[in-house]
Design a protein around this ligand. Structure first.
Ligand code: PEP
Length: 253
């Protein structure tokens, strides 16, 4: 953790969740007690169909909501797309962009992700920009180079610390139960912080929240969250269980 940075734990529900599952969000809100509120920010990124109702259900809880992706376009004839302004209108404060499932399954490249991050900022959303290497890239000793290239290509210049979140998510750790060693996470997060200084400036980079994501669970959260330059977590599977999500938040606090 970075002492001067308030941590963020964000839940990525992915393509999971019907109206009945909003009970998960309200259970998280019930467990987000005064001591947790004093120590850690929480956000839930449900599918966009639930964003409006999730935001309404969380009013008064101080838990933010976010989208999982946004269009690079502001509006118009783009069937099936959801604009950043629509997410903001539905109550979102954050928007995940560049998740590895978007990069891999939808062929999104760094330029597209940067455009999405810029679209998010125009709508006053805070982009959570995801970066991370594949297993093959790590085994080939290219993890640092890959992530540095992703950062350079997908992070817009000139953002301040409050307008940007970076999530380091090794692709091979997402949904697999595998996690990198604390030393590998420390090395990567230090490199991200130092490269960010060249993109957004030294002062902003020092305050940007750098999340770790990939198989974060209550059992490994404390170790991962104690790594230098890890300022919270992006949580997939465990964010669908209120008690697990809260336990991860407690590990950050
Ligand atoms: C994710 O999809 O962003 C993620 C981190 O998933 P999981 O926690 O399930 O590995």
């Amino acid at each position: 953790m970075t002492r001067s940075i308030r941590p963020l734990v964000a839940g990525n529900w992915k393509m999971n969740g019907l109206k009945a599952d909003l009970a998960i969000a309200t259970e998280v809100a019930r467990g987000y007690d005064a001591s947790l509120k004093a120590a850690v920010d929480l956000a839930i990124c449900p599918p966009s169909t639930l964003l409006f109702t999730a935001t309404a259900a969380l009013i008064g809880s101080r838990i933010a909501t976010g989208g999982q992706d946004c269009s690079v376009q502001p509006a118009g004839a783009f069937t099936g797309e959801v604009s950043a302004a629509m997410l903001a209108d539905a109550g979102a404060s954050f928007c995940i962009v560049g998740h590895s499932e978007r990069r891999t399954l939808h062929g999104e490249d760094n330029a597209t992700i940067r455009a999405k991050a810029e679209a998010a900022r125009k709508a006053l959303l805070v982009p959570i920009i995801c970066v991370g290497e594949t297993q093959g890239e790590r085994e080939a000793g290219k993890a640092l180079a890959v992530v540095r290239r992703q950062l350079k290509g997908s992070v817009p210049e000139g953002l301040d610390a409050a307008s940007l979140v970076i999530a380091y998510e090794p692709v091979w750790a997402i949904g697999t139960g595998l996690t990198p060693t604390a030393a590998d996470v420390a090395e990567m997060h230090a490199a991200i912080r130092s490269d960010l200084a060249r993109i957004v400036g030294k002062n902003a980079a020092a305050g940007v929240r750098l999340l770790y994501g990939g198989s974060v669970k209550p059992s490994n959260a404390a170790e991962l969250m104690n790594v230098a330059n890890v300022d919270g977590a992006l949580v997939g599977g465990a964010s669908l269980k209120a008690e697990e999500f809260l336990a991860i938040a407690r590990a950050c606090a």
